[in-house]
Design a protein around this ligand. Structure first.
Ligand code: NAD
Length: 258
């Protein structure tokens, strides 16, 4: 069997959070193209349903949509139970839902701080441990977390201390779980994208005017595209990455190199 065949995800079952749009929609599409059955998990169920239909029609895979607030333990548990019941198991997941609150630290309210940490970091703890418990009891699995280059650098000129701290936390959580589960068949890795053209960046009235500045700072002079993140996620979800755990993959066009 050739390497491309070995990388396929035929017969595997997974879910992606924050998959209604953006990076999650893109990796979900790639997982389905590689042969996996999937749940599109998002707070925005109307858009998640549209995305699930689109991916199912394009790939012929079984794709379901599940409404879930990833900051709610009860929602995440119910979501994982539904994935297992409707897809027949759980082999991999991509904990990807996230938000960015741009506020100066001396103006940021504690409520804003807590919200960003809750959606970006506490949710990853919930998703990874609830999915992980199933995987530990059922022969293993692979977990992918979306961190960010903001875990490695402080972005400028926009202020986003809670976002940066939350993403640094995602990387240390990833490594901690990887160590705890290394001998138990559950692998945990993260991706750290640079600026990517999605709703998060392109639809924010605050961030849109900053894109020219980011492009000036970017060695490649441009934003990344969600499609430029998908092959690493297919690799991490599948069986050619069985020695890869506790790793963070920086996909930023060399933004963090200087
Ligand atoms: P996006 O805003 O386009 O999509 C995020 C999705 O997450 C939305 O569909 C939203 O409904 C969903 N979501 C938000 N809160 C949720 C919750 N509590 N429960 C369930 N779903 C929820 O964003 P994106 O650019 O695709 O970002 C996806 C991930 O990638 C985020 O974790 C983000 O921090 C990270 N990231 C993005 C960039 C970038 O430049 N776009 C760069 C690095 C990392």
């Amino acid at each position: 069997m050739g390497i491309i065949e070995k990388m396929r995800l035929d017969g595997k079952k997974g879910f992606v959070t924050g998959a209604a749009r953006g990076i999650g929609k893109c990796t979900a599409t790639a997982f389905a193209e590689a042969g996996a059955d999937l749940a599109i998990v998002d707070l925005d169920i109307a858009e998640a349903e549209k995305t699930a239909k689109e991916i199912a029609e394009a790939t012929g895979r079984k794709i379901i949509a599940i409404k879930c607030d990833v900051t709610s333990e009860a929602d995440v548990q119910a979501m994982v139970d539904e994935v297992v019941a409707k897809l027949g198991g759980l082999d991999f997941c991509h904990a990807n839902a996230g938000i960015c609150i741009n506020e100066a630290a001396d103006k940021m309210t504690y409520a804003q701080w807590k919200k960003n940490i809750d959606v970006n970091l506490n949710s990853v703890f919930l998703t990874d441990t609830i999915a992980g418990k199933y995987m530990l009891a059922h022969g293993g699995g692979s977990i992918i977390n979306t961190a960010s280059m903001s875990a490695h650098i402080v972005n400028v000129p926009q202020p986003q201390c809670a976002y940066n701290a939350s993403k640094a936390g995602v990387i240390q959580l990833t490594k901690s779980l990887a160590i705890e589960w290394a001998k138990k068949g559950v692998r945990v890795n993260s991706i750290s994208p640079g600026y990517i053209g999605t709703d998060l960046t392109l639809s924010s009235d605050f961030l849109k005017p900053l894109i020219a500045k980011w492009n000036e700072l970017a060695p490649m002079g441009r934003l990344g595209k969600p499609e430029e993140l998908e092959s690493i996620c297919v690799y991490l979800a599948g069986d050619t990455s069985t020695f890869t755990t506790g790793a963070d993959f920086i996909l930023d066009g060399a933004f963090t190199c200087f």
